[in-house]
Write a protein that binds this ligand. Structure first.
Ligand SMILES: C[S@@+](CC[C@H](N)C(=O)[O-])C[C@H]1O[C@@H](n2cnc3c(N)ncnc32)[C@H](O)[C@@H]1O
Length: 310
């Protein structure tokens, strides 16, 4: 089956999970099953549990993975909830390739792209808030905060006020209209436009993306998952920072206050080890073939046997 999405860092993902010879791997972001199908082919005795919140992705991948029937279980779920739905005892690997798929970005009727004729951006079409609601009904301060926090835009206030001004002429109905209001010219000394960054911010808000990631990490932290490799691929600095900070916390053995004179915590709190001291990034060959891989960063943590048991 021809896939509408090229999986990023595929070789690196496979070598990360290479040592897993039994049990199951959870793919939190099934998408178009690029990683999942390669893992099932590569790790012959491993089962796969996968989830996605997007119906189109689930439908495509259920079909793509048919040849592995018996080894695969697919859930329509947010990944923040997946560990509550499965038996985690046998889980030896967890992969999350967060963000949007190429199909979501490219398909006009999903409303993610700058040229789209609609304004939607919901990964799960059943979820309540769409980009249309954010753009047309959030007040100016809230819009500015989103652009600042999730788009890291220096002129967040100005963009929010342009949107509120444009709303006086009626609802903003399409992504292309919104992009023109915000501005599609590249920012000074950067090869990205304010519209692209503002769209990223709106998408994060609509899909609650940062809270989803934090909750997934909480779920791993509070689970009894043991002897397991956790690999997270992120596409912007906000997500990468969350992953990096959490892995550092998991690696810490002593959790005493920094100013404590001596350790009283038992110095045995580490869950395991950070495998990637520096995030893994796509090779120049991969970025040439798939430019979307250029911002991908993968961080890997190994939860060691006995360290995470409650
Ligand atoms: C970058 S794509 C994954 C592509 C996949 N690895 C492949 O090889 O085809 C990200 C996918 O994660 C899904 N997704 C993003 N956030 C999610 C969440 N919180 N819960 C479930 N699925 C999510 C999106 O719908 C999208 O299909």
């Amino acid at each position: 089956m021809e896939s509408p999405h090229i999986p990023v860092l595929l070789e690196e993902v496979l070598s990360t999970f290479d040592d897993i010879k039994c049990g199951s791997i959870v793919d939190c972001t099934l998408g178009y099953a690029g990683h999942s199908s390669a893992i099932l082919t590569h790790n012959k005795n491993v089962n796969l549990i996968a989830c996605d919140r997007d119906d189109e992705a689930i439908k495509f991948s259920s079909c793509r993975l048919k040849e592995f029937a018996g080894r695969v279980k697919i859930y329509k779920s947010r990944f923040s909830e997946i560990l509550n739905k499965i038996d985690t005892k046998e889980v030896r690997g967890i992969l999350a390739d967060i963000g949007v798929s190429s199909l979501q970005l490219d398909k006009d009727d999903r409303g993610f792209g700058l040229k789209s004729e609609i304004l939607d951006m919901r990964m799960d079409k059943d979820s309540q808030i769409s980009a249309f609601d954010v753009v047309n009904f959030y007040d100016e301060d809230r819009l500015a905060q989103i652009f600042r926090d999730y788009g890291e835009l220096a002129n967040a206030k100005q963009i929010a006020s342009k949107i509120v001004l444009a709303r006086r002429n009626g609802e903003i109905k399409s992504a292309s209209e919104l992009a023109n209001i915000i501005g599609t010219k590249f920012l000074k000394n950067r090869s990205i436009s304010p519209a692209t960054l503002a769209f990223q911010a709106i998408r994060i808000e609509v899909n609650n993306e940062l809270a989803e990631l934090e909750t997934l990490l909480d779920a791993i932290e509070n689970s009894d998952i043991d002897d397991c490799v956790v690999a997270i691929i992120s596409f912007h600095s906000l997500e990468d920072r969350i992953v990096k900070t959490r892995f550092k916390k998991w690696a810490k053995s002593c959790i005493c206050d920094n100013v404590a004179m001596r350790c009283t915590c038992g110095n045995n709190h580490s869950k395991g080890e950070i495998i990637t001291k520096k995030a893994i990034m796509a090779s120049s060959k991969e970025t040439k073939e798939n430019p979307r891989s250029s911002c991908a960063k993968m961080r890997v943590f190994k939860i060691l046997r006995g360290n995470n048991a409650r």
